[in-house]
Design a protein around this ligand. Structure first.
Ligand SMILES: Nc1ncnc2c1ncn2[C@@H]1O[C@H](COP(=O)(O)OP(=O)(O)O)[C@@H](O)[C@H]1O
Ligand SMILES: [Mg+2]
Length: 450
């Protein structure tokens, strides 16, 4: 292994980042400020200075990790550390290790469970969920490989926006701490694109491109303005209010399902309305890659025989006929056993408004309860973001978190008076006849229901 000689010229903010020994240091703000450079350079310095130190550097996706870190580190450490592509780690002669990883899916973070790293870096931390951050804090501990004592630390780089906007903003910008969080542990260093003279001198077009972004994005990316993004679409959602352990569904409750079908993800919710304007989501089903007939079979299989489902409200595009077969999604679901399908009212903004109304707590109680078993709905609701262009709409990105909330929107819209009045007497009669042969249960039609 050769001698590593690099001349570092950090700017003032990068220097502050290098020198920070807080438990949690976030280097945030504008894109192009030199954050990623600072993160990987800091980690090389730590690896060289502290023999045996274990370092984990994470990005959300492998592609980003490779371009942003593996390639530049390979160049920088060619004669200094041995890189293993299978393990994605740089091993230094002094026993130090920089492991590079990514957490594409929510659960990918679990692979680090039980491991120990004195240093963990989360690149673009706002792309990670709070759950992922919390899992990683558990791995941030003494690994036992170092001879000297070392207090574990985490480093973050971040831009405003993204699924993790709220937790990063809370901890580092708003500094609103909860029990068990020590305010002194958190340090925020603000980066601006103008701090990085390498970029402003060598690539003035980059700054010009940032200046040309739509306003909210520009304020976030160029000036690092954390308030430029509204954050959570449903700030009303509070698991302490809305999530219920094993909700009791009364025998006479009005049961229905809501379905957001897509080949990438089928999301179905089972709901109970109580006749007083309250709805409980008591079961969910989510699965990728199901063709329509499989989706129908899975949903029917998850509905016990005694459960009288009055209707299943589903995305209206299922009623479009396919040119090749002349059949619609509705036809296929229906012939596969999923009866009682009705078209959802897909007006997005009124639909989200309805969800908001249900979530909005009055005297500490809300009209919507979600069983704790509906993990996907509970995960996705707080992650929904505002659309940057259409002010009252939810963003369709990241796409994988939109399915369960869309099904919830269909479900609650089906309880709105306008939607109900569309149900014809003929359809109401058909409701009695398919899964609910006994009409003497006191149920007298959807329109009169709540
Ligand atoms: N102190 C520095 N010395 C040399 N190059 C730097 C320095 N700071 C930033 N750069 C370079 O500037 C560019 C943008 O920096 P980067 O770290 O990717 O910004 P950010 O992560 O904040 O978007 C990269 O090419 C990076 O290597
Ligand atoms: Mg970066």
């Amino acid at each position: 292994m050769g001698q590593l000689t690099i001349t570092l010229r950090p700017n003032k903010k990068q220097e502050a980042f290098f020198n920070s020994q807080h438990r949690y240091t976030a280097y945030g703000g504008a894109r192009g400020g030199g954050k990623s450079w600072a993160m990987r350079t800091k980690f090389v310095l730590l690896a060289l200075k502290h023999p045996g130190i274990q370092i984990l550097l994470l990005r959300r996706t492998l592609g980003e990790l490779r371009d942003n870190h593996i390639v530049p580190l390979l160049k920088m450490l060619a004669d200094t550390a041995v890189y293993s592509e299978t393990k994605k780690e740089f091993l230094f002669p002094n026993g130090s290790r920089i492991k590079l990883g990514y957490c594409d899916g929510e659960q990918d973070v679990l692979q680090y469970q039980g491991q120990a790293y004195e240093i963990i870096g989360m690149e673009e931390a706002t792309h990670f969920t709070y759950f992922q951050f919390q899992c990683l804090t558990e791995c941030n501990r003494y690994s036992g490989n170092m001879k000297e004592p070392f207090r574990p630390r985490m480093y973050f780089t971040c831009n405003p926006g993204g699924v993790g906007h709220d937790w990063v903003k809370r901890l580092f910008i708003d500094k609103l701490y909860r029990d068990g969080e020590n305010p002194e542990d958190y340090r925020f260093i603000q980066s601006l694109v103008f701090d990085n003279k390498y970029l402003t001198e060598n690539d003035p077009d980059y700054v010009n491109a940032l200046s040309a972004l739509p306003d909210a994005r520009k304020r976030a990316m160029l000036y690092g303005d954390w308030d430029a993004f509204e954050g959570a679409f449903f700030p009303e959602f509070d698991p302490r209010i809305h999530v219920v352990k094993d909700p009791v569904i009364p025998k006479n409750a009005f049961l229905f399902r809501a379905l957001d079908y897509g080949l990438d993800m089928t999301s179905c919710l089972w709901c109970a309305a109580d006749g007083k304007g309250n709805v409980t989501v008591y079961r969910e089903f989510n699965a990728p890659n199901l063709i329509l007939s499989q989706a129908a079979a899975e949903i029917c299989a998850r509905t016990p025989a005694g459960e009288k489902i009055r209707y299943t409200v589903a995305s209206p595009d299922l009623w479009n006929r396919r040119q090749e077969s002349g059949k619609s999604g509705f036809d296929i679901l229906n012939s596969s056993g999923l009866k009682g399908l009705i078209k959802a009212n897909n007006a997005r903004i009124p639909g989200w408004r309805a969800v908001r109304e249900y979530l909005n707590p009055k005297d500490g109680k809300s009209r919507l309860a979600i069983s704790h078993s509906c993990a996907e709905l509970i995960r996705c609701l707080p992650l929904l973001r505002f659309d940057e262009k259409v002010r009252e709409d939810a963003s369709s990105q990241p796409h994988d978190i939109t399915h369960a909330p869309e099904a919830l929107r269909y479900a609650l819209m089906s309880r709105e008076p306008t939607a109900k009045s569309k149900i014809t007497p003929k359809f109401r009669r058909s409701l009695y006849s398919f899964e609910s042969p006994q009409t003497e249960d006191g149920y007298n039609g959807i329109i009169q229901y709540d």
